[in-house]
Design a protein around this ligand. Sequence first.
Ligand code: SAM
Length: 235
Amino acid sequence: RLYVEHALGAGQSVPLTREAAHYLFGVMRRSVGDGVLLFDGQNGEWLAEVTEAGKRGGMLQVASQTKPQQMPPDLWLVFAPIKKARTDFIVEKAAEMGAAKIMPVQTDHTNSERIRVDRLQAHAVEAAEQCGGTYVPEVAELTKLGALLDHWPEGRQLMFCDEAMAGQANALAAQTHAAAPWAILIGPEGGFSEAERKRLHALPFAHPVSLGPRILRADTAAVAAMALWQKALGD
Ligand code: SAM
């Protein structure tokens, strides 16, 4: 199952990149005449046949659609990047859980000042290929949390995962905002600063949430929060 940057439709010829050819013919041992599932993130999933197979490339012929396009709910995962492997994990899990957009943010206690968006985007593609989805979430450039909140889009609700709320009752006003677009906010290993917490608690669109009685690692918290959101508001 492959993601291709090529708008798919019946009868089309799709050239393969060197990496895709290596994966299909070298790793997966596919050859001419074999079927491959393709998706482009916009036009559903399609069955294609290998018509040329080489070490540096190849060609596929698109046959028929196997799945219509499914768009995820309009959910952003906003998180403070942590160590490389754990940031990769968060992006992978967000793509699997059906986030529409993944937004790394710098907070007062965030250590990393730079991220490799291309690398993270590749992780999102791999996760979408593996989980059977037809959509690949966009990974945004690193922005400052304060600037993001300054320009927060009207109507979007924010599930603010606040470690200081651990074990307390949640204020997730699920029913009230069921139809709204949402974002989930996860802090860094050092947690949110007092200034950030004060600001977030005062914002009308932010809903402080507890993820249970224990303090979770940021990567665990991201998965737990998406599951909680999905149960309360997802489809
Ligand atoms: N250093 C912080 C402390 O000791 O309180 C912990 C930060 S935690 C490792 C990273 C992030 O995960 C937090 O900023 C928060 O967004 C989320 N988180 C972890 N456990 C949580 C909980 N029980 N309730 C709500 N959010 C939680």
